[in-house]
Design a protein around this ligand. Sequence first.
Ligand SMILES: Nc1ncnc2c1ncn2[C@@H]1O[C@H](COP(=O)(O)OP(=O)(O)OP(=O)(O)O)[C@@H](O)[C@H]1O
Ligand SMILES: [Zn+2]
Length: 458
Amino acid sequence: MQIFLYDNWERQLRPFQAIRTDWVGLYCCGPTVYDYAHIGNLRTYLFEDILRRTLQFNGYKVRHIVNITDVGHLVSDADEGEDKMERGSRKSGKSAWDIADYFSAVFKNDLVTLNMLEPTLWCKATEHISEQIAFIQVLEEKGYTYANSDGVYFDTAKQNDYGYLARLNREGLNAGSRVALGEKKSSTDFALWKFSPEGSARQMEWESPWGRGFPGWHIECSAMSAKYLEPWFDIHCGGEDHISIHHSNEIAQNQACHGTRLANFWMHGYFLQLDASKMSKSSGDFLRLQTLIDQGIDPIAYRYLCLTAHYRSQLNFNWDALSGAQTALGRLRDNYFALPDGDECDSDYLARFTEEINQDLNIPRAIALVWELLKSNLGPSHKKATLRKFDEVLGLGLATWQPAVAAAIPFEIQTLAEQRQQYRKEKNWAAADKVRGELKTWGYEVEDTAEGWIVKGI
Ligand SMILES: Nc1ncnc2c1ncn2[C@@H]1O[C@H](COP(=O)(O)OP(=O)(O)OP(=O)(O)O)[C@@H](O)[C@H]1O
Ligand SMILES: [Zn+2]
């Protein structure tokens, strides 16, 4: 069945057609690892996980690349201020390298906790410095760069359609920002290579043909996607904030170097909002997945919550909606678990499900279909098999979920119960009764069964 995806380049739904026959290239901009990821970031990775699962559900083999930005992302996306990694290091007293390792590991763990598929490949900016330098050299040879005292810059005036993805009004932007230009020729120009500040060594810096320094933030994605997916691949994703700067700049670099707009489809996940503004790391006001878990929320309930909103609309976070999602997920799991096993999917429901997900990932409608299926007259084992198939895309882990076993008996209670048995063996009935009374005050009793005795809550 044909897949339709919303492409932000053309600003419309387009039928998806893979560029190659053997794999679909999917590149997703990864985190800047100077702090914990927040549940807003994770919403974007959930959308990308659903996209990948949808492609796989349709029979495509997906080459899914996620980068780790561990250098070069400055405090302002417009290439000003401190490097976020160096700043994180200064604040925490740990090295930039240690911070990158630590937050990358926590981030990857969050993805696993949310049942996301492992990317085919992770790639780190700091491990691809020579590829980035080589890319900049080509841009230089083709006349797209200029140097100033601060670094090597991309000259956006050299491209007529610079910023097309964001429908940027370049004249308007330049007129409004003449004073803040500094040494840049145009406000949209961006750094390809920044020089280390004189006299103060950075932790992350490298030699280059232009001088000691570090790569700009945008060049890593152009260089690494070209290396692992070729310079023209199927789908590039990120959050909506990337449209106007980061992705516009990635495209500019690729057009200049390879003559392609990098990816055939440009797809963006819309924000998770907290109190009506973007949840963001730099504002410091954010919720981590662990924060939800500490509040007794099952992380998969957060996944479920995200599935109930379309990826192209913003989602306002609130705790009531999250606990509603937790209740719904609990009901779904109980219903699924109670059904008898079966192998045969219902073809009508499967076709309807495929139609929803293939229509630009209409997952909220697919979730509605789940509930409709459960209420339908379909045979119970068919229901289970069909739901299991749906879950290949939804990723709620229905097939592996187990109802919680009865709460574990505390060690002290188990010890008391064993003591009681010992007194009984010794025919010390008074002592055995005393322990039984004590157990009772704690809310437990010992029951004799055919297999022996067990201790259980009263
Ligand atoms: N509130 C949000 N909702 C959904 N996606 C988001 C949100 N904030 C960032 N993203 C996306 O998460 C991914 C990782 O972004 P990044 O690590 O740069 O974090 P960030 O929170 O934007 O950091 P900062 O606040 O410092 O800009 C990107 O694809 C980005 O577009
Ligand atoms: Zn990127």
